[in-house]
Design a protein around this ligand. Sequence first.
Ligand code: HEC
Ligand code: HEC
Length: 284
Amino acid sequence: MLLIRIVAVVIILLWIPAGSIWAKGDAKRGEYLAAAANCVSCHTAEVKDAVPYAGGHAIKSPFGTFYGPNITRHDKQGIGKWNEADFFRAMRFGKRPDGAVYFPAFPYPSYTMVTNSDLTDLWAYLRTIPPNNAPNRKHDISVFVRWRFPLRLWKWLFFTSGVFVADPKQTPQMNRGTYLVRALGHCSECHTPRNFLGVPIQSRYMAGGKGPDGKKVPNLTPAGLKKWGDKDLKEFMVTGIFPDGDVVGETMGIVIRNSTSKLLSTDLDAMIAYLRTLPRLEKE
Ligand code: HEC
Ligand code: HEC
């Protein structure tokens, strides 16, 4: 009897096609990581009853408007045919399965720091998302930008791949906060100003200025957050309400709704602790 069962299990395992919902990571953990990384916001249209992860969110930039693609398990419109290695290559190296380079509107310059085990869990979670046949919307960008070749040069000059490595001299809380803000949370994609090539100015890391859509983004270094207590910051990251009672605007509101409000209290504390250690950068 046991032998028959073993044979049955082996047959079932062989029968399950590659790229099916069975992945070796922990999908439940992956769901939490996807919230910390706010994957859903850019990959879901801003219409009522939009299907999560079926694509369509507009990402405005000085180079035009990008649309988050369908990343459901659909074979044709989504990434149903992908395997885990394709996913790792996209997140770690910003590369499409056919070798083309992704536009950094997909924040892989931050996601490159996500650890292997977290990528495995994220992949397991993505495999649980039901397929949807919504077609991808073409990016609305100038012809020159649309041409992916200059991107290779951009990437060669400005992109360094590399997984986050915890600093043994720091506390576990500080390492966790650094990882959440820099890798998964990709907070600096909006809070660090960019030069005319769209490259973040590292000497102004998290010092705010003009955001990717050209609108103002606040300074998150201690110079910018000096009036905020830790409790105010935490309250804001959960509710989107400023200490004076004002309600947050749309751009950060989406980050709070889909991401920071879903995080564990200890993770929020870690992120705030990390923000407090940033070099103090006054307004320019
Ligand atoms: C700030 C917006 C944004 C966020 C946040 C974001 N993405 Fe994307 N993503 C994009 C854009 C835009 C593209 C398409 C880039 C291109 O066409 O070059 C993309 C492409 C992808 C692709 C490749 C799809 C394909 O068909 O080639 C995958 C997979 C992906 N994202 C997964 C994720 C995951 C997983 C997360 C969360 C960890 C995430 N994305 C978060 C904007 C985003
Ligand atoms: C998509 C762009 C974007 C991303 C990503 C983003 N932010 Fe923001 N953030 C904004 C904008 C825009 C505002 C201004 C909101 C307003 O005034 O209504 C803001 C405001 C804030 C504020 C209030 C600061 C102040 O002085 O008013 C805090 C705190 C903050 N963000 C933290 C974060 C953290 C932490 C992350 C990463 C998890 C993050 N943000 C990611 C765009 C972004």
